[in-house]
Structures are given as structure tokens and as C-alpha cells.
Design a protein around this ligand. Structure first.
Ligand code: BV8
Length: 246
């Protein structure tokens, strides 16, 4: 499936000196990773992710939350980056300054080769102690129906940012600075409903950047975009790269 890119947008990307990209779960959809708001499949279809990805859910039902993340971690072992992830690597290698700020916790951007990358919401593959926040790589499967425990006795948890938890300050500051300084921002695969990540595109626009939405569906941002590519990111991003650097 090819996709037509406006010559003005192709020229903008080719001439760009400083590109910021914000991605959300939609960029991983074509890799087979369910988006955050798509109905979870099987056992998880009965749960609202917004309800599970919170400290309160973990405190209330630690084993359920642990198992939800263990299911998502196992799913990640079966998926690979798609053409959209690879197109973002191609852009990173061609523009003078580049930053990719992702809301995704699936590690697929790093797997595709993205280097200038900040993970605003953490990474599902990493497990930490819920008290010390230190990385833990191995653990015994518990027999008490609770999550595995750290040597200190506290439960283990995924190294992701839950709702009502602060984002990693350095990653957020780096993305916010890039929003102030970029001349072109691509916003791909996000419903633009989760803050503070969703504030980045309008910050870039206020600072004078050209902002592009890549999403098959409209979002609250759509009306403020300079360009909108109404297509899957796995189609639109490779088409954008091919149009900018034929
Ligand atoms: C914070 C990790 C300060 C976990 C995630 C009331 C009380 C407390 C907080 C708040 C509140 N009201 C608002 C807030 C702030 C809150 C927030 O924004 N809530 C929302 C729901 C209103 N934010 C926070 O709590 C943040 N922290 O503010 O700290 C603080 C401290 C104390 C008290 C208050 C505030 C923390 C936010 C981070 C949460 N963690 N993930 C996990 O993954 O389990 S967020 C989660 O949603 C994922 O990271 C996901 O990426 C992210 C955003 O969703 P999207 O990426 O946009 O994905 P979604 O499924 O929604 O949409 C997919 C899109 O892709 C769609 O548009 C679709 O059309 C498109 N698409 C589909 N296919 C394709 C495609 N696009 C392109 N190609 C395709 N093929």
C-alpha cells in the first residue's frame, strides 16, 4: 500500500535541522502489539488497562497486576519492529539533530536501531524492586499467590510509569527541551490523551515547529497539525522517508 506525501512536507523533512518524534502504542500495532486502548485479548479483555496500570491496582491486587505484565512481557518475545520503526531509524541517520520520545514500553524502537531515544513511560522488559527501584534480572516463582519478592522482601514490579506516577525527570526534560528547539515534529501512533507526553506537540507548535500527525484516526491534536497523514505508521513513515530522500 503506497501513500502520497505532499511535496512541501517531503521538502520540510529533507531540510529539517532538528527533528523530534513522539510515538505511542499505534506505532507497534503493525508488529502485533495490542494498542493500549484496544480491548485486551483473552483473560485481560475484562480489564481496563487504565485501571490496571496504577499503584492502587498493584496494592489492591498485586498478583493480578504482576500477571498482566508477565503476559505482556511474554507477548513481546514474539514480536519484531515493523517498517514504521525502521523508517524512524532512517530519519535519525539523515538529520543533523534527532530525538525519539516514546510512550511505548515494548522496547521495539531500540530493537529497530533507534539510538537517540527516551522511554517516557519506562520499559516492560525491565523488572525492579518496588521499594528500592533497583533492577532485578532473576527471581523465584512465588508459591504464595503474590508477586516474586526482592532480596529485601519487597514485591517486584515492572519498570514502567503507572498513572499518577511521575515520568523519569531526565527523559521528560530532554523531550520538553527538544519540543522547544525542533523545527519539525512527527507525532505517530498516539491518541494524544495521556499527559504530560500529549503536551509535547502543542509545545513544539507554540515554539514554531512544523507538526505532523501520523494516525489512521483523528485525535484531539488533529486540528492543530500542519500536516496529517491518515494512514498506518508502517505505511506513512516509509512513504515519508522515500519522498524526502528519493
Ligand atoms: C503524571 C506505562 C504527575 C504503563 C503508561 C488524575 C489523577 C492523576 C493523574 C492524572 C489525572 N488526570 C490526568 C492525569 C495525568 C495522567 C493522564 O494523562 N491520564 C489520562 C488517562 C487522562 N498522567 C499520568 O498519571 C502520568 N503521570 O501525570 O504524573 C502526577 C503525579 C501524581 C498525581 C497526578 C499527577 C503518567 C502517565 C503514564 C502512564 N503509563 N504506560 C503500561 O503501559 O502499562 S501510559 C499508556 O498510554 C502507554 O504508555 C501508551 O503508550 C499511553 C498512551 O496511549 P497511546 O500510546 O496513545 O495508545 P492508545 O492505545 O491510547 O492509542 C493508540 C493510537 O494509535 C490511536 O490513536 C490509534 O488510532 C492509533 N493507531 C492504531 N493503529 C495505528 C495507529 N497509529 C499509527 N499506525 C497504526 N497502525
Amino acid at each position: 500500500m503506497s501513500f502520497a506525501i505532499a511535496p512541501a512536507l517531503a521538502a520540510m523533512l529533507r531540510a529539517a535541522r532538528n527533528v523530534l518524534v513522539l510515538t505511542g502504542a499505534g506505532v507497534s500495532a503493525e508488529s502485533g502489539v495490542p494498542t493500549f486502548r484496544d480491548a485486551q485479548t483473552g483473560l485481560w479483555a475484562q480489564f481496563d488497562p487504565l485501571e490496571l496500570a496504577t499503584p492502587r491496582a498493584f496494592a489492591r491486587n498485586p498478583r493480578l497486576v504482576w500477571d498482566w505484565y508477565a503476559w505482556r512481557r511474554e507477548l513481546l518475545a514474539t514480536v519484531a519492529p515493523n517498517a514504521g520503526h525502521h523508517a524512524l531509524v532512517a530519519i535519525e541517520r539523515r538529520v543533523p539533530r534527532f530525538l525519539l520520545a516514546t510512550q511505548n514500553v515494548d522496547g521495539l524502537h531500540a530493537a529497530a536501531g533507534s539510538r537517540a531515544l527516551v522511554e517516557l513511560h519506562g520499559n516492560l522488559a525491565r523488572v525492579i524492586c518496588s521499594r528500592e527501584h533497583t533492577l532485578v534480572s532473576t527471581w523465584a516463582e512465588p508459591a504464595d499467590g503474590m508477586p516474586p519478592r526482592c532480596a529485601c522482601g519487597a514485591w517486584l514490579r515492572p519498570d514502567v510509569v503507572w498513572f499518577e506516577e511521575n515520568l523519569p525527570p531526565q527523559a521528560l526534560a530532554e523531550a520538553q527541551r527538544a519540543a522547544e528547539e525542533c523545527d519539525l515534529m512527527l507525532v505517530a501512533g498516539t491518541a494524544a490523551e495521556v499527559y504530560p507526553a500529549a503536551a509535547l506537540p502543542l509545545a513544539a507548535r507554540r515554539a514554531g515547529a512544523c507538526v505532523v500527525e501520523i494516525n489512521p484516526q483523528p485525535t484531539p491534536l488533529s486540528g492543530d497539525m500542519d500536516f496529517v497523514l491518515r494512514a498506518p505508521s508502517g505505511v506513512a513513515l516509509p512513504a515519508l522517508v522515500a519522498a524526502a530522500w528519493p
